[in-house]
Structure formats: C-alpha cells, structure tokens
Design a protein. Structure first.
Length: 119
C-alpha cells in the first residue's frame, strides 16, 4: 500500500508507530511538547491521516492505530526520491550518496556487506 504523506502527517505517524495504539490526546500532548503544535492542529492532521487510510480511528477514546508500516512509507518515499531526482536509477542515488562526502572505512565495509561485494 503506497500512501503519500506530508511532513506534518509523518510527525503524527512517528508518534503512532512508536506508541502503537495511542489516543489522539496523547499524540497531541507529544507533539505539543516536541514541536509546539496545538491540539487543533494535531487533530486536523490526524483526520487527514485517517482520510488517507494511514491511521484507523477506534472508539472509545479516539485510539489511533497505524494501517501502514513505517517501512512501507519509507520505501514509497525512497522510490519517489529515486524517480524524481535520479531518473529511477538506484545506482545514481547510491553513487551520489557515497560520492557526496568521505565515508569512514568501517562504513565502507558495512556497505560492501550490504551489497554483497567480496572484501
């Protein structure tokens, strides 16, 4: 399932993913503390997430439950980034990432293991 979430919606989803089944009130309190949102802002963004099918609202107590995994959303965002900036080429993305700054030797070794390159 691929859902496009905006930055504000991702902030809500981070709380839901971290706390699992969580009340809207708890989400509002967490986001008020971390980024200064008021309750109305948080509830509006939760409503948008519900409308998009990212969150399920369960009564009583307006419990929010994620309907999409963090990994699925990350994958969709990566796909969009690769398509938008690198013409769909993961090779160009990877080359850009590793060519952008000097990586420490231990990071290079980890990357070689990930791509399966013999050392």
């Amino acid at each position: 399932m691929s859902i496009k979430l905006f930055d504000s919606e991702l902030k809500v989803m981070e709380v839901v993913w971290e706390q699992k089944n969580v009340t809207a009130k708890t989400i509002a309190e967490a986001l008020a503390k971390s980024i200064g949102w008021n309750k109305n802002t948080t509830y509006t963004v939760i409503k948008k997430c519900v409308e998009k099918g990212a969150i399920e609202r369960v009564e009583p107590n307006f419990i929010c439950r994620a309907l999409v995994s963090k990994e699925d959303v990350q994958g969709a965002e990566i796909d969009e980034l690769v398509n938008k900036l690198f013409g769909g080429s993961t090779e160009l993305l990877f080359a850009s990432l590793v060519g952008h700054k000097k990586l420490p030797d231990d990071m290079l070794e980890k990357l070689k293991k990930i791509v399966g390159e013999p050392q």
